[in-house]
Design a protein around this ligand. Structure first.
Ligand SMILES: [Zn+2]
Length: 158
């Protein structure tokens, strides 16, 4: 499943990329451009705009009207509607910034690219194949997993 996300769901796009889903997002794309790209590239549209959701349906383009306020609620909703996976496998992850694949990189190769304390403390690093951003399982990693745990709880209890 590949996605295209409307301008209101930029944060969700980052989550989907971390979860490994190819997700197109630009805050500058018009509804017409999103419809066109979705139909040409076979992407599922994710939107918070009910009118746009209906329009996509009329055009025969698969779209999901995303409900929920928090990221966890939105992810749980998507999991319920289209069965997205709520588990991160970092070897499948895409760069949340640019959607390209990230790949494991040897520690010694990031020495000049991350803060010194990070280099000392962590041993596993990943690099985006397109924008070069370096990732590691830092303090934010805990928050990411908390949000996913919360999403799973919502999924199972609602
Ligand atoms: Zn990137």
């Amino acid at each position: 499943m590949e996605f295209i996300v409307d301008g209101m769901l930029g944060k969700l796009a980052r989550w989907l990329r971390m979860l490994g889903y190819d997700t197109k997002y630009s805050s500058r794309m018009s509804d017409d451009e999103i419809l066109k790209a979705a139909s040409e590239e076979g992407r599922v549209i994710l939107t918070r705009d009910y009118e746009f959701f209906k329009r996509a349906n009329i055009h025969g383009v698969k779209a999901v009207f995303v409900e929920g306020e928090t990221n966890a609620e939105k992810l749980a909703d998507l999991s319920k509607q289209i069965n997205i996976n709520l588990e991160i496998n970092i070897n499948e992850s895409r760069c949340p910034k640019c959607n390209a694949k990230i790949a494991s990189i040897r520690k010694e190769n990031v020495k000049d690219k991350v803060p010194e304390s990070t280099y000392r403390f962590y041993n596993e690093f990943w690099e985006c194949s397109s924008c070069g951003q370096i990732y590691w399982k830092g303090s934010h990693w805990k928050k990411i997993n908390n949000t996913l745990r919360r999403a799973k709880q919502i999924y199972f209890t609602h």
